[in-house]
Write a protein that binds this ligand. Structure first.
Ligand code: ADP
Length: 395
């Protein structure tokens, strides 16, 4: 009986898979590249198992996942029990700003996108090929990471470049992390029974962005045409003067592809510190007196502060600030750093609540402060929910 959905989330340095039966997660696998090593963590029910992998196993993660799903009993015959695949898509363009069924047109568009953003399109295309081979005829639903931002007003989505050129090449702000923000909206609604009118959401992981949410809808977000704009990230620069990019391309003789790779992989926390893109390493280095690590952390926090201020203005005030993502959910030290000196905006952390909140949903503000909450994002569950809704509407 086809009553299970597979969720596939391919990142630049990780792959996540989950099997859902309704809203119940039966199986989860997280494949990661760590320094030179490849690791997978399988989770079924309460049991967790970590294994080292070869690069080939990492590439063929899907085959390993289907084997493990069978072995664990989560599904005895995945090819007969899986109803649909929910597949996270990160790509610029209005075509990719809608959840849709993957068909030949979709693949064609993604291939033409490859020239534009090879870093993202390439691994997605490879995985779609593997899905076609290993789970043929099972519908794949492309769940857009930008759809949540589709209704942003033109003042937030338009770049100040000539209109005809912007239209012709679709150069505008699409925003990303939409699946995560949509999951946070769902959880806030479920917890409070209502959605506060003006919310500033910070998704802080290796990739990071802030979104201004009005009555449950995105009205502005810090990522733009690509996931490069906005905050300082693990290895991405975030906002930078376009004039500085022109100068860099000239000085370092960088082609557009090389410049793209530079901005995605060599900048951000890693570039500034010269040491690491991981907040944990940088906090440790800072304690040992490393001033570049300290500067990287300060830049990271300061940029978030600036966006909180900007979105407080865009929303004409705010009722709640949320923290999600690996850093937002787990690092009390970085939440503290972001919130330090924001009492002028009515924000004050409760130190003991903040220190205690790790990977749990919790309010962490003082009584006199506006609400500040840690909300554990559930991107995989959100993809499953969006795919299930899509199937109901377009079976
Ligand atoms: P991605 O954007 O790749 O999905 P995550 O949301 O999983 O990333 O966040 C990964 C980042 O979270 C790591 O690079 C690290 O900087 C940070 N992180 C994870 N755990 C902790 C922790 N306990 N304290 C501080 N930072 C953490």
């Amino acid at each position: 009986m086809r009553d299970k959905d597979l969720v596939v989330n391919i990142g630049s340095d990780s792959k996540k898979y989950a099997l859902y039966e309704g809203t119940e997660r039966r199986f989860f696998a997280h494949f990661e590249k760590e320094a030179e090593a490849f690791i997978v963590t399988f989770q079924t029910g309460d049991s967790k198992e970590k294994r080292m992998l070869s690069e080939k196993d990492y590439e063929n993660a899907l085959a390993g996942v289907l084997e493990e799903i069978k072995r664990s009993g989560a599904a005895a015959a995945p090819e007969r029990e899986i109803r649909a695949v929910g597949f996270r898509v990160v790509a610029p363009g209005s075509f990719f700003q809608k959840h849709r069924l993957v068909d030949s047109e979709f693949v064609k568009r993604l291939k033409s996108e490859r020239g534009l953003a090879p870093l993202h399109a390439e691994p997605m295309l490879a995985e779609l090929g593997r899905l076609d081979k290993l789970l043929p005829k099972i519908p794949v639903i492309a769940v857009s990471d930008s759809a949540f931002h589709a209704a942003m007003p033109p003042v937030a989505s338009v770049y100040a470049i000539p209109h005809a050129i912007a239209e012709k090449f679709e150069i505008r702000r699409f925003g990303y992390h939409g699946i995560s923000f949509s999951s946070v909206v769902r959880k806030v609604k479920a917890t409070l029974g209502t959605m506060p009118s003006r919310v500033i959401m910070c998704h802080l992981g290796n990739g990071a962005s802030v979104t201004a949410v009005k009555d449950g809808q995105s009205v502005d977000t810090s990522m733009g045409f690509t996931p490069l704009e906005g905050l300082v990230m693990g290895t991405r620069s975030g906002d930078i003067d376009p004039g500085a990019l022109i100068e860099l391309a000239k000085r370092l003789k960088l082609s557009p592809d090389k410049l793209e790779s530079f901005l995605y992989h060599e900048c951000g926390l890693l570039g500034v510190s010269g040491e690491s893109n991981d907040i944990r390493d940088l906090l440790k280095l800072e304690k040992e007196g490393d001033s570049r690590a300290a500067l990287a952390l300060d830049l990271f926090a300061y940029r978030i502060k600036k966006y909180i201020g900007a979105y407080a203005a865009a929303l004409n005030g705010f009722d709640l600030v949320t923290f999600s993502g690996g850093i937002g959910e787990r690092s009390f030290a970085m939440r503290e750093r972001v919130m330090r000196g924001l009492d002028g905006l009515g924000l004050a952390l409760d130190q003991s609540k903040n220190n205690a909140a790790e990977s749990v949903d919790a309010f962490i503000n003082q009584e006199s402060s506006k609400d500040i909450a840690v909300i554990v994002t559930d991107e995989m569950g959100e993809i499953a929910a969006i795919a299930a809704t899509f199937l109901k509407v377009q079976p």
